[in-house]
Write a protein that binds this ligand. Sequence first.
Ligand code: AGP
Length: 608
Amino acid sequence: MCGIVGYVGSRSASPLLLEGLKRLEYRGYDSAGIAMSNGNGLETRKAKGKITMLENVMTGHPLHGSVGIAHTRWATHGQPNECNAHPQVDCTTTIAVVHNGIIENYGALRKMLKMQGHTFTSETDTEVLAHLIEAAFDGKLEDAVIDALNLVEGTYGIAVLSSKDPGKIVCARKGSPLLIGLGDGEFYVASDVAAILQHTRQVVYLDDGEMGVLTKDGYEVLDLNARRVSKGVSRIDWSLDEIEKGGFDHFMLKEIFEQPQTIENTMRGRLVVEEGFSKLGGLNLTKEELQALEQIIITACGTSWHSGLIGEMYMEELARIRTEVEYASEFRYRNPIVTDKTLCIVISQSGETADTLAAMREAKRRGAKTLGLVNVVGSTIAREDDGGIYLHAGPEIGVASTKAFTSQVIALALLTLKMGRLRNMSVVQGREVASAMLALPEQIQSILDRAPEIEAIAERFKDATNFLYLGRGYNFPVALEGALKLKEISYIHAEGYPAAEMKHGPIALIDSEMPVVFIAPHDAVFDKVVSNVQEVKARGGKVICITSQHESVLDGLIDFEIRVPQTVDMLYPILTVVPLQLLAYYIAVKRGLNVDQPRNLAKSVTVE
Ligand code: AGP
């Protein structure tokens, strides 16, 4: 995820900014850049790749001065390259902007600015900010920033520098964190306290709708009507390691807890609730092409394959289009039936998984249109697909995938709304799904708030040697995902099964030592699952039940209950998977294992 650091004071800014950027490296990024304002006007240095690349550039072409802003970019709009790296500048290179977040109406603003004669040099949404500020500039940078931000829809944490109003940094926040660091005759701005902790522990956190104006003589906080806001100063007591993980013990836990935000990011600007529809700009398929499709093939590996199974049900049940899900590793060596009326949906967090990439190439070769659901912008799959939906879940560092899964399911739901409404889904049904989607972030939060209950269950079962996960319908893939999470990080043998299939074999495993996790929300197959619970209980199994409301039929049948809020049937996986992620996490921690980097596993499997 992108990071911001800025400095204004009397020291040389370059080393401080580079050091700050390095402190932000843990967040993941694909390019970096710095802008400084000094007697020579405004200058920028940028590089694709690691911060060492930017350092190399700056060794050859140093930047001098004591006011600067810097950025690590994790691409969202446009490829990760030097041109799209921040800072972004205006037409005359007098204004530089670094930005975290997404400007949703950047397309319309870009068009308007172009008509006014502005020239764009990048593919980023951020560049419109630089031009808007340029257009509004009338001597005072903060006034121009206010004018520009009043035209913008979306989220931002920004820092801005201008050679026409030197010695000043203006920063502002809406939906993307930003803080001001207070030093002695020097001030910092950062998106993450890790960037400045070496220099100060006194910070002022900006709230949404607030702006900071920093010079070496002081700082002030204003609202977007230029009225002064009085703010308290906070003291940071965390260590650097604690900060990088946001105060969580592991990246995996941090990523699990980020899900209310990450699924909101996946939906942002895409869901049209009133019309029960979705806007997906990157599909590169016309309405007619989408309507003419005869089949969908979803291909992926691991967790992404599990989300694909949910996607298959979405597409068949709501969009009424024949859909198959294939392991990418199998698909690439079969002789699958693919026509030019086939859409191949390729799901990959990393966008680099070798089997998935090869499957996509094979589908293309056979004439299918390809659509990537990818988290990492500019990854190989994202570059080679015909169209795509970025997940916008931010970097996933823990090897066990968590937030990418929920964002993948959201992206599939968005696509289903689009396909369904173009085919035979009614506006009423579309609206029902879309409104239920909007409620999900808060619902996930309510599950996360009850993590201690799940931790207690983990304590009880941390020494188990086998686990069975059972679910039906939309929650069968969740059973697979729950079992995979447990296997990956706790090394406990776990199997996921459709609940009714259990009696065709796995039931032989059940005894009083066997924990069985049922994923049984109150959906269309709830009563069926209850019968399966009875079968397990009759054989002495220990039942952990994820459900949405307690029914008296469950009395005496289950040993532990974890409740999730109610939603429409198709969205339950986004809720029911969360307790399973937490259960796996807590069990692994209690077994003393390396949760973020489990043995034998790599985050991205780039070999066959
Ligand atoms: C998930 O926890 C795994 N680490 C793994 O199954 C992963 O989902 C799989 O390798 C696919 O990765 P991708 O989404 O990056 O393509």
